[in-house]
Design a protein. Structure first.
Length: 212
């Protein structure tokens, strides 16, 4: 069962919280808020790629929305004198459904201290290098060395697809240290990203274990 369950969803309530925090009393409000969260999160993850965005937290109260951005390069988001952050907030005001968004929308930026321990950033880096047709074993070896040097206790990476332009798709697994997937108290970050190469899609999955 373990390999079919998202490790983050598997641990919600055991040291891992929800990425969206709000309550909807009616089903219509739930659908509207959920659709809005997906739209906002997708926009931000694409818009702030250069800032090294890791996660987006969305918190809703009765008439207010608070969005927390976890990025590895906060200066890119904030800009000189906060100009870039103000421009981003104006764009979000058009997407977020809340009365008087200029007053009731709050945007915060939190710096990620160890970007090499973020599964999303690591998976994104692997995807970019596979698109440029770098040798996948060399890419994975360098990435795993960097993750372990950052303080991780274990890392696991799985590639699936036409790796290296092979005629038949296959799955290759790489790992260092230990990654206890069935231990709920284990702090494991996980992400999966698709890499569209010249020969087709290659799926990239990353698990990073940082302790309990």
């Amino acid at each position: 069962m373990g390999h079919k369950v998202n490790p983050i969803a598997f641990r919600i309530g055991q040291g891992v919280g929800w990425s969206s925090s709000w309550f909807a009393a009616r089903s219509k409000a739930y659908r509207k808020n959920l659709r809005g969260d997906i739209k906002v999160r997708g926009f931000l993850m694409e818009k702030l790629k250069l800032a090294g965005i890791v996660a987006v937290e969305i918190k809703r109260s009765i008439n207010k929305v608070s969005i927390v951005l976890h990025v590895s390069r906060p200066g890119v988001v904030i800009g000189r004198g906060g100009a870039a952050l103000e421009d981003l907030k104006k764009e979000l005001e058009k997407l977020v459904i809340v009365p008087e968004p200029e007053k009731n929308l709050n945007l915060d930026v939190v710096e990620v201290k160890s970007p090499d321990l973020s599964a999303h950033l690591i998976a994104t880096q692997i995807v970019e290098q596979l698109k440029r047709r770098f040798p996948h074993r060399r890419v994975i070896a360098k990435v795993m060395e960097r993750v372990m040097a950052a303080g991780a206790k274990g890392v696991k990476i799985v590639l699936s697809g036409r790796i290296g332009g092979a005629e038949i798709s296959r799955t290759e697994k790489f790992g260092k240290g230990k990654v206890p997937l069935q231990t709920l108290r284990a702090n494991i970050d996980y992400d999966q990203e698709p890499a569209l190469t010249k020969f087709g899609y290659i799926g990239v999955k990353v698990w990073i274990y940082t302790g309990e």
